[in-house]
Design a protein around this ligand. Structure first.
Ligand code: DHB
Ligand code: FE
Length: 298
């Protein structure tokens, strides 16, 4: 049986991809940002923790989607995804290999579970997906895991609610645990933390709020799923809403979690860098549906 072993939260700040690609990881400005991932880079390649597949919850920044098509949730069922050109040429990182069998299984399971996701067979992936891979795996010729991209619209209003994201995570966990192959699967929630890239409040960072959010990801508490959009906007800036993606990861880990590692650093570009590694307290129990209503397909 496949199972979700761990969840990881991680910002996707593009300048960290640039710094890594240009050998600047050790520069005074970037060193503390990268150093907070040293623990994870070692842990994630250890045989007992190394995943076979990562479900990488991320957002596209008008690279694969634009105003023509805006899926709220979209799962990548393709064989591979090439890095997008975001204006300076594609990043020199490996092509991302998918896991179509598991991805199609999750897509089917989600839709029958009443989470109607868009299915993508072909797309390019931008810094939202490739920067977290770099932070976790560093400089590699080939990514050491298969990746199932799960794209969430947090760019164009309306993004999904935190509550819906949490419930989607629960459904993803049920989908994974009904896949017959013996696979270790991680789920990553990416983006955030507090940041605003434009307007008079550009550069806004809210360390207290971000750290309360990191606190809320551990244990049994479910308060985070009820944070309204307006609070993200007011307290964490116009792009802080990316953090709803971390709630998909948290929902997938079930009733209770413990943190194995945590890192928070500012400044990095305009954004607060956050990172956490979470373990479900009972990985053998996939979360049940906590949305109201009955499901005739269940
Ligand atoms: C920055 C952060 C983002 O999340 C993003 O998508 C683009 C830029 C930044 O801090 O520079
Ligand atoms: Fe972003």
């Amino acid at each position: 049986m496949a199972r979700i072993t761990h969840g990881i939260g991680c910002s996707h700040i593009p300048v960290l991809g640039y710094a890594h690609d240009h050998g600047k990881d050790g520069d005074d400005y970037f060193k503390p940002a990268f150093a907070g991932f040293d623990w994870t880079r070692e842990w994630i390649m250890a045989p007992e923790s190394r995943p076979d597949v990562v479900i990488l919850v991320y957002n596209d920044h008008a690279s694969a989607f634009d105003m023509k098509v805006i899926p709220t949730f979209a799962i990548g069922c393709g064989e591979r995804y090439t890095p997008a050109d975001e204006g300076f040429g594609p990043r020199p990182v490996p092509v991302v290999e998918g896991h179509p069998d598991l991805a199609w299984h999750i897509a089917q399971s989600l839709v029958l579970d009443e989470f109607d996701t868009t299915i993508i067979n072909e797309m390019e992936v931008d810094h939202g997906l490739t920067v977290p891979l770099t932070m976790m795996f560093g400089d590699v010729d080939k990514w050491p895991v298969k990746v199932i991209p799960l794209a969430v619209n947090v760019v164009t209003y309306p993004p999904p609610s935190g509550n819906r994201c949490w419930a989607l995570g629960e459904a993803i966990s049920r989908a994974v645990s009904s896949f017959p192959e013996d696979l270790k699967v991680q789920i990553w929630g990416t983006g955030g933390m507090s940041h605003q890239l434009q307007g008079p409040r550009a550069g806004l960072i809210n360390k207290e709020w971000d750290n309360r959010f990191l606190d809320g990801l551990t244990g049994e508490g479910q308060d985070l799923r009820h944070i309204p959009h307006i609070e993200y906007l007011r307290e964490t800036g116009s792009e802080g809403i990316e953090m709803v993606m971390w709630l998909i990861m948290r929902g997938a880990l079930g009733k209770s979690t413990r943190a194995l590692h945590r890192h928070y650093h500012v400044p990095v570009s305009n954004t607060a860098l956050g990172h956490i590694v979470l373990e479900p307290v009972d990985p053998t129990v996939p979360p049940s549906r906590t949305l109201e209503g009955s499901n005739p397909n269940a």
